[in-house]
Design a binder for this molecule. Structure first.
Ligand code: TRP
Ligand code: SF4
Length: 404
């Protein structure tokens, strides 16, 4: 078996998407958005609103979609996603996603889709909805199209989405096997210039003949840092180095988000369907009321009853928001019945309100300037579409759907 075509070391593109299904909450912030805001500093980030994905499960509510889309963009901005650093766009504004989905579907075995764990799980979880649809079965393949379109190297997702990225890798491999053979590397090698051409051929030979990893690493370095080569050349040469045709669609990797589990107001996972959320842009009065009303260890009936943080949802919040010192104070005080639960909640309340203040501060400008938000998405879409067009050109050529 040949080694799978990986993305080039020069590729530091990140892509991720989110379905517009309602106001975002602190679970989204601590699980996803905080990570996006961090990634945008070091990676070339594309973040998009997966409106077609939302339709696969919520197709009977078209009227709420419009509102959700714009509110979600403002939530992203509130969380610190920065249009100066990250490209944000709407999936359906780049119809190339549908075309790539269609072309990928030609080489996607039905069994691969039926075996994706979320397929059966979601059908059972959302039992009230009819999910025996073609669109729903194709959900992970549409996601593959989203990812492969941008030739992204990294896909930041939660654990639940890892199988979708794995499927994407398999689809890319299959597509490249069918269509990726015979790219012309010679022209690209010539473009490196006499001296580097010689070096490259020597390193390639040494890797091919004796499997020298060091030679391979040096050749990769030579390719990825070369000034005379464009991205396409580089991809082609990386393929050439491995002795295979060029990877039309490079295989992405999941960038698993390690996030503290965000408890909801009742101690279960924070989730809209449990109605236990704090929204990113909730009003301070509601947040205060909600946290004060949170259940605690039932053993603490009276102030003098000691408690056990492990049995208390509030403790889970401390794990997300409090530093060592506060945690120790809370845990000791709880076990010794040194204070009441309201007192234990106070530093949390302060932390959550301070965080929310920042969300409100960032969001306010955009709430008052909806046209600016639309303009920003338009710019992002233009940029995304440009990349999408380039990929589709390669893909159409590869599958033979170009007639001149
Ligand atoms: N399926 C993802 C979710 O439910 C959303 C999504 C759609 C996505 N396309 C994507 C995530 C591409 C990452 C990359 O969260
Ligand atoms: Fe929970 Fe704190 Fe009350 Fe203990 S003191 S039960 S940790 S809220």
């Amino acid at each position: 078996m040949t080694a799978p075509p990986e993305t080039s070391p020069a590729n530091n593109r990140v892509l991720s998407g989110m379905r517009p299904t309602g106001r975002l909450h602190l679970g989204h912030y601590h699980g996803v958005l905080k990570n996006w805001a961090r990634l945008q500093r070091d990676y070339e980030c594309y973040f998009f609103i997966a409106d077609w994905h939302a339709l696969t499960t919520h197709y009977e509510q078209p009227e709420t979609m419009r509102e959700h889309v714009w509110e979600m963009v403002i939530d992203w901005l509130a969380a610190g996603v920065d249009p100066a650093r990250a490209t944000m766009f709407i999936q359906s504004h780049v119809p190339e996603h549908a075309e790539l989905h269609l072309l990928l579907s030609m080489v996607t075995p039905l069994g691969w889709l039926e075996r994706v764990p979320s397929f059966k799980e979601q059908q059972q979880r959302l039992r009230g909805r009819d999910l025996a649809t073609y669109g729903f079965l194709g959900y992970p393949l549409l996601q593959s199209a989203d990812i492969l379109m941008y030739r992204a190297a990294h896909v930041p997702v939660g654990e639940d989405q890892a199988p979708h990225v794995e499927l994407t890798r398999e689809i890319a491999r299959r597509f490249n096997e069918f269509f990726g053979r015979g790219g012309d590397a010679e022209a690209a090698i010539k473009r490196m210039g006499k001296r580097d051409e010689k070096t490259y051929r020597r390193l390639k030979k040494s890797y091919a003949e004796s499997g020298e990893r060091d030679a391979r690493a040096r050749a990769r370095e030579l390719i990825s840092s070369h000034n005379n080569l464009n991205a396409e050349d580089k991809e082609r040469l990386l393929g050439d180095l491995e002795g295979r045709g060029r990877a039309i669609l490079p295989e992405p990797r999941a960038l698993l988000t390690e996030a503290a589990k965000m408890p909801g107001l009742d101690g279960r996972k924070m989730s809209k369907s449990y109605e236990n959320t704090i929204a990113l842009r909730d009003q301070p009065e509601r947040v205060t009321r909600a946290i004060r009303a949170m259940p605690t260890d039932p053993a603490r009936v009276r102030l003098s009853d000691p408690g056990d943080p492990e049995k208390c949802p509030v403790w889970q919040l401390h794990l997300v928001y409090s530093d060592e010192g506060v945690r120790e104070w809370a845990s000791k005080g709880c076990r010794a019945a040194a204070f009441g639960c309201l007192e234990c909640k106070q530093p949390l309340l302060d932390a959550v309100l301070a965080e929310q203040k920042e969300f409100h501060r960032r969001a306010e400008h955009f709430e008052n300037n909806p046209r600016e938000v639309r303009g920003m998405i338009e710019d992002g879409t233009d940029k995304a579409r440009q990349t999408a067009r380039e990929t589709m050109k390669l893909v159409r050529e590869a599958v033979g759907a170009v007639y001149e």
